[in-house]
Design a protein around this ligand. Structure first.
Ligand code: PHE
Length: 368
């Protein structure tokens, strides 16, 4: 054994304690233990060499060596406990807490415009109407001509339109589907069923060779107009068209049906107002309003301070339109109306600006 002074022997204990405290892992700590207290460890060697010391040095050197061993052992034990506690804490942090509530997927829901449309279709089904659809891109001849708009008639200005070609346009209303629905009621063998939808105005309409069943349809769908956006107008919007053609239909049926529709959707207290209006495809025609629910009919921005909100147009089907559908106007009559779905949804859900229905702001949509 190398000759060490008593101070140097004491220093070994402090060195061992310092290295033990700095050990970052159990492996490092073990290396410290082996280096000082192992079989060839520095402190072990001092202890082993005590016997060969001169007798007068032995007691003091022995005491110092034992203290050094004690100090090293205590420091190593303390650090071992610290490392064990750190590991346990890490394990605990990694552990899955099965009692935590789960994170479910975010579930979407129907847009208020669609729930409005679906509610209206449900009401229509209850009244005996079948839902059908027409194309959003339509022949201008069905959007106008077959609906009794004379060429260049100013009534077309009421529905400022987009055009794709001279003959084809995004429909300005769901009314062209009236023609399609009526023609679809004819027998397969009847020439009306396969009439050219462009209905060339200079060719006489083919005569019906069958007895078509009554037409009872509702047509939901998107419509397009070249309009600037206001509180209640949008250039793309939804309509719901309703058409009933059979024997003996009168204005009383129209009023009754409209009232039933609107009261079923907006509530039994709803007041419905009819005012004379003009549409080329109905005669007589009436616009349809309900009492404003925003201001309880006291007058507000939404109802333009009138207390009434216009919901759509209506009327008895014009004989020329029945003819375009292949029906005999001397035998049957019909009622028709068209609602703006946005307007109804705005009214029902208190939505002051139509644009909020199209903004897709989640703060708005989550309310429904
Ligand atoms: N198509 C008309 C519009 O969009 C509404 C309407 C439908 C009027 C059916 C009468 C009959 O303004």
């Amino acid at each position: 054994m190398a000759e060490l002074s008593v101070e140097e022997i004491g220093g070994l204990g402090e060195q061992a304690a310092g290295e033990a405290a700095a050990a970052a892992s159990r492996q490092e700590l073990d290396q410290v233990r082996v280096a000082y207290l192992g079989r060839a460890g520095k402190i072990t060697e001092v202890l082993r060499g005590l016997g060969s010391l001169p007798a007068e040095l032995r007691p003091e050197a022995g005491k110092a060596a034992n203290q050094a061993r004690q100090m090293a052992e205590t420091a190593i034990e303390k650090r071992r406990e610290e490392l064990a506690a750190e590991e346990a804490a890490e394990r605990a942090a990694d552990q899955l807490d099965v009692t935590l509530p789960g994170r479910g997927p975010e579930v979407g829901h129907r847009h208020p415009l669609m729930t409005t449309l679906e509610d209206m279709l449900d009401i229509a089904a209850g009244l005996g109407y079948t839902a059908v659809q027409g194309p959003e891109v339509e022949w201008s001849a069905l959007n106008w001509t077959a609906l009794n708009y004379p060429p260049d008639h100013p009534a077309m200005d009421e529905q400022d339109s987009f055009y794709i070609t001279d003959e084809i346009m995004p429909r300005t209303h769901t009314s062209p589907a009236q023609i399609r629905a009526m023609r679809a009621m004819h027998d397969d063998s009847c020439p009306v069923r396969s009439l050219d939808p462009r209905c060339p105005p200079d060719e006489p309409l083919e005569k019906c060779t069958c007895t078509p069943a009554p037409t009872r349809v509702v047509v939901p769908g998107r419509t397009y107009r070249r309009e600037s956006v206001t509180l209640t107008h949008h250039d793309i919007f939804y309509q719901l068209e309703c058409l009933l053609v059979e024997e003996g239909i009168t204005l009383a049926h129209l009023k009754g049906t409209l009232g039933a529709f609107l009261r079923a959707y907006l509530g039994p207290e709803t007041k419905v107002r009819f005012r004379p209006d003009f549409f080329p495809f109905t005669e007589p025609s009436a616009d349809v309003s309900v009492n404003c629910l925003f201001c309880e009919a006291k007058g507000c921005r939404f109802c333009k301070h009138s207390g009434w909100v216009e919901i759509g147009g209506s009327g008895l089907v014009h004989p020329n339109v029945l003819t375009a559908g292949g029906y005999d106007p001397d035998r049957v009559s019909g009622l028709a109306f068209g609602f703006g779905i946005e307007r109804l949804a705005q009214h029902r859900f208190n939505i002051m600006h139509i644009r909020t229905l199209y903004d897709n702001d989640m703060r708005f949509l989550r309310q429904f």
